[in-house]
Design a protein around this ligand. Structure first.
Ligand code: DQA
Length: 146
């Protein structure tokens, strides 16, 4: 099974940005953790991060042609604004879990609506880095580990 983990804008700044909200561990630590969990869970993982909406759309489209089996995505601020990312996820029909480090539902009102969630099977919010592991576990449970 091949899982693509996509992170959107400013996720590369975790550890530096608002540590009270996003934690003190940096982006390298997040990537290392995801790679280690993938190994433990016996799946292939690809990691992608961009600060640009169109690049995220391109990465989602590429996942279709690369025969990715599942997507874990933290679209970050684009969660709340991007019909383009929603449409890209709908275009490829790849099982998707949306992840947020923070609990978007208990933050600003503008963070409480997610376009992406309309194309995601599940949204995990407020679990910090562990949310990515739980998202991968969900995809493996649902779609096997072939
Ligand atoms: C975030 C939540 C978003 O509202 C915010 O814009 C982010 C990060 C999270 O992981 O908690 O950049 O997606």
């Amino acid at each position: 099974m091949k899982i693509l983990v996509i992170n959107g804008p400013n996720i590369n700044m975790v550890g530096i940005r608002e540590p009270d909200i996003y934690g003190k561990q940096d982006f390298q630590a997040l990537q290392d953790s995801i790679r280690q969990w993938a190994e433990e869970l016996g799946v292939e993982v690809e990691l992608y991060q961009s600060n640009h909406e169109g690049d995220l759309v391109d990465a989602i489209q590429k996942a279709y042609f690369d025969q990715i089996d599942g997507i874990v995505i933290n679209p970050a601020a684009y969660t709340h604004t991007s019909v383009a990312i929603l449409d890209a996820l709908k275009s490829v029909s790849i099982p998707t879990v949306e992840v947020h480090l923070s609990d978007i539902y208990s933050r600003d009102k503008f963070r409480q609506f997610s376009y992406t969630s309309l194309a995601a099977e599940k949204t995990i919010a407020g679990e910090g880095f562990d949310g990515y592991r739980h998202a991968m576990e969900y995809l493996i449970e649902q779609y096997g580990n072939a």
